[in-house]
Design a protein around this ligand. Structure first.
Ligand SMILES: C[S@@+](CC[C@H](N)C(=O)[O-])C[C@H]1O[C@@H](n2cnc3c(N)ncnc32)[C@H](O)[C@@H]1O
Length: 250
């Protein structure tokens, strides 16, 4: 399990900085500024990712989901799952103790949402914790936003999570890619490797393969800003830097 190391940039706190949050340290800010030099749309991409989270959660609720398992949930920021779906039961899971500590503060007094420290690569432990909060006999929205690109081999954990939920459940994923800027791929990989959190960008087809066997909801695997947008279309969809997909368990 990750430990708090304020001297080393961490994905949760880098992302928090990109979103304009205050839960970050100097190495996180320095990393984020370096990342912005390579990928100038990274802050926009983080905001587009949060906007997708809200749309995907609403879509799941509109389609009968009343519970969410948010894996790699991050440091709480505007539009958390329990705020977008106030009636739903929610379990937030992250392997960063700072993200969980802030989630616990955010959730003080909230009865239907909890946060636990956990690593999504350990489905046994995560599913055991989830079973204490969620009812696995009813549909669950599995959220894995901007996290699987930190996981080298997500296929087996994904299989375990989708196997554990009933038909009518949904999986929502956003995932970093180098499709839009293959020339920057090596710079980004080097940067993340230097932080101790290696990145694993995937192609559009690679992201689609993560939901193989599930019914992919229209419009399929698209740039995150293009997934059922509720605002005018972005001028440059690839500025999202991530693909989004939502799929239903048949
Ligand atoms: C970029 S943030 C995304 C946060 C949130 N899901 C969102 O999209 O707004 C990635 C989060 O994934 C967490 N994370 C990375 N690897 C993880 C793992 N193996 N298990 C659980 N959480 C992980 C990080 O700590 C971080 O909080």
């Amino acid at each position: 399990m990750a430990e708090i190391d304020p001297d080393r940039p961490h994905p949760a706190r880098i992302y928090d900085y990109l979103l304009g949050g205050a839960c970050n340290f100097e190495p996180d800010r320095a990393f984020a500024e370096q990342f912005l030099r390579v990928m100038p749309s990274a802050a926009d991409a983080a905001r587009l990712n949060r906007a997708f989270l809200r749309r995907a959660v609403r879509y799941c609720v509109d389609n009968g989901v009343t519970q969410f398992l948010d894996l790699g949930s991050g440091i709480p920021t505007v539009g958390n799952v329990h705020e977008t779906a106030p009636e739903a039961r929610v379990l937030y899971v992250d392997n960063d103790p700072i993200a969980i500590a802030h989630s616990e503060i955010e959730l003080a007094g909230v009865t239907n949402a909890r946060a636990v420290l956990g690593d999504l690569r350990e489905p046994d432990a995560v599913l055991a914790a989830a079973a204490e909060v969620l009812d696995f006999d009813r549909p669950i929205g599995l959220l894995m936003l901007a996290v699987l690109h930190f996981v080298a081999e997500p296929e087996e954990p994904l299989r375990r999570y989708t196997e554990a939920v009933v038909p009518g459940s949904f999986v929502a994923i956003t995932h970093g890619t180098a499709d839009e800027a293959p020339d920057k791929r090596e710079d980004v990989l080097r940067l993340y490797a230097s932080s101790g959190s290696p990145a694993h960008p995937r192609t559009r087809a690679g992201v689609g393969a993560l939901v193989a066997g599930l019914e992919v909801v229209d419009p399929g695997v698209v740039w995150t800003s293009q997934w059922r947008p509720d605002t005018p279309a972005a001028a440059d969809p690839a500025a999202a830097l991530t693909y989004a997909v939502v799929a239903r368990k048949p």
